[in-house]
Ligand binder design. Sequence first.
Ligand code: FE2
Length: 433
Amino acid sequence: MAQPYYLSGTLAPVPDEIDAHDLAVTGELPAELTGRYFRNGPNPRHGEDPGHWFTGHGMLHGVRLRDGRAEWYRNRWVRTKKFTDDAPFVGESGVDLAAVTANTHVVRHSGRILALVENGFPYEVTPELDTVGPVDFGGRLTTAMTAHPKEDPVTGELHFFGYGFFPPYLTYHRLSAAGELVESRRIDVPGSTMMHDFAVTEHHLLWLDLPMVFRLERGGMPYAWEDDYGARIGVTPRAGGPTRWFEVDPCYVFHVGNAWEDADGRIVLNAARYTRDRFTALWGRIGGAEDPAVSAAASGAAALHRWTLDPASGAVKEEALDDRGVEFPTFNESLLGRRSRYLYTVAGDGVVKYDQRDGDSQVRRTGGDTGEAVFVPAEGATGEDDGWLLSVVTRGDASELLVLDARDLSDVASVRLPRRVPAGFHGSWLGEE
Ligand SMILES: [Fe+2]
């Protein structure tokens, strides 16, 4: 019998953990790219079918670069309680926030490297990708933690949230620059929805309360689109105060680009937006639906979209910025929450760079399945796009870590990886501290 979509092709898991040294490099790796590129994604054990792309055990892939050389590649599963003990997420004593896959993102904050998944605690890992264990910030974290926390480039604080099946459905959290959980605040929402990402501006937190609604009785992956839920974006002052909700056209968003406040106090949010039909088709496919019509319809994906929210008038302006299918928006995070000009996305077999000032875009085809392009600023950068984009590109059974010049998407270098890296989710560049 044919394997489901999420166990086939570029998504097919690898069976084991390996180490490789002195990787072949084409082109010239900039010496200042000294550090580690880590990337996370689902990788069920050999023979295991988790039933959905999103529920496979997290596996980290790491590439160590130093002084123009690619010293090593290694891949490791995150040793969560779910991985090692097959512990149930929902057991007799309730939800176990450590019994998760940790399969979505990997970030570093206050010297700790955290593997993240949105339904549970982060797992700390070492720079060699060994698992340390779950993190609850000294017992202060009592909800899950999103896989998309936001580090404020000015204060160094890490803003994040947790959402769950039971009230309070949504809780905002803030870590100090030193990694101490200093604030947890309940945000009132009408129900439990799948909230994958959020946005932060200089003064506000933005919530995406969209119609992928949780119902326990659904079982399996218990979220589905419900027209009656509506869709709204919430704006909460970072400093405290009530959340103001703006009704928007129903849609789904996995990933926001950047958000900021303009000179008139309006809030601008860019994101990769799915229409209802495109989202439900995609959801069916990654959940293993066997209907070929569903798969075909899912070839349409998210498109770049902008919402402008005016707190003074309550007005919402929506703009489709492009009609190409793109995902995994990234940008120069030294401008997180502030107006930024460039946004990088991936479009299947290439990278699309948007100039949000002039409305231009540039495309770089790679000829392979192209993973999220992580922006790394150059030392002494003089422009917002002065830096590199790192992306895992896969053609057949061969994967490379591609390094592009973010200014013009030209080739800088390519590191040949010792094996195929399954298409996954998110990664980070961890420079030397
Ligand atoms: Fe994500």
